[in-house]
Design a protein around this ligand. Sequence first.
Ligand SMILES: *Cc1c(COP(=O)(O)O)cnc(C)c1O
Length: 495
Amino acid sequence: MNYTSTRDNSRRVTAQEAIVRGISPEGGLFVPETMPALTGEDLTALAGMTYIQRAKWVLEKFLPDWTAEELSAAVEAAYGGDRFEDGNPAPLSRLDENCYLLELWHGPTCAFKDMALQLLPKLLPAAARKSGCGKEIAILVATSGDTGKAALEGFRDVPGTRIQVFYPQEGVSPMQKRQMTTQQGGNVSVVGIRGNFDDAQNGVKAIFGNEAMAKTLGERGFALSSANSINWGRLVPQIVYYISAYCTLLADGELKTGEAVNFCVPTGNFGNILAGYYAKQMGLPVKRFLCASNRNNVLTDFIATGRYDRNRRFYTTTSPSMDILISSNLERLVYLLTGKNDGETREKMAALGGTGVYQLDERELSALQKEFFGGCCDDEEAARTIRETFREYGYLCDPHTAVAMNVCRQYRKETGDETRTIVLSTASPYKFGDTVLAALGEDCPGDDFARLSALEQISGLPVPAALSTLKDAPVRFGEVCAPEEMGDKVLEFLG
Ligand SMILES: *Cc1c(COP(=O)(O)O)cnc(C)c1O
């Protein structure tokens, strides 16, 4: 099981190198050369297993250069013990006959990013040791709100690592900001930037591509790596919960062997939904992936027309983790749609970096539309969905999940497809308490925490301790810089 680059098929690296490096030197993303198979028999066997056992099974397929013991230890550390109620990090709840919610936010930072970022830090130091780089790993992260906190929490005080996070100073929710600026740990740094997520992500990519910088940092004993979803190590743990959700429904008798489902995914950087697509490539019976966007609907247009055009207004919405115009992981899908054509992928990505536009040909577009449906909704629609879902089902969802629920309904109406659909619920509603409270038509004077209590009273869902304890946490990181100054901040931090 080797990995290659979306922009250079002649490259060949092990899983460990792919994960330690994060991104291929010529700018491409690492992808598996072949897909491990997932058969009907495998699914039946997996249906009888726990989440942890399923995770080990999947990880062993993709990460052959860790020993079974190392993978076991990592999976136990991330998902085991009493970390999750009933030992299940990804509970599935049934909303109606055709719709299930897969809750991925029961981890320490209350968003789905924990599913991968609790695991990746357990894998990385061993890989760095073995791949012989001998250097301290410096993780750089650009975040639209949730990745930053999840990565900080995952890597804090992990020996042999340091982590620095850049977030759009005005583009995250108050709770997200508080979570990051109060971060504990001796190896962490958090910097706000005067710009949006794309500026932060471009800044980080530029630092990765800067040879002089790599040399300086190398001399200081650091090797750069990424915890963004461009890192293959972020995607593998996400493949697990698609397979696991399916197996749970199989075990519960809600699905017949071989029956296909749809997945509806609130999407930003295209990492989460792509992990599902990889699960399908392995053999998971999936009819379609519903790609849900907010008002930043570049992906909706792309799926409808085959033309990716990032030249458009950027909107700050109530689902900030999806406020993205350049969805980095789409590159991996483009690579697959072009039949693993590295030259064509390279050209399209160069066009994206230049004019900001690229176009699929007809064959590629029809392959895309067969697998994906794209839909979007604005803040008002999302708020209405939060309100209606609460009234109808007593289920409280966050604004990102609400976008997905809304698109799921649009899809059913438009196509009449009644295939069972699993909607990925990506954040706790308490992470976006202000928005959720307002959507319910409630008002509450006082601070963020008063609003959390008000929401708890209305919904009966307990406020996660990880959020309520932030009330008294001191702010440690107040620094803000321009996007051009990000490199300086890295050099300062790794001085
Ligand atoms: C990151 C995030 C998303 C988008 O996921 P991608 O993998 O970037 O597509 C959606 N919802 C929430 C709550 C998130 O944190």
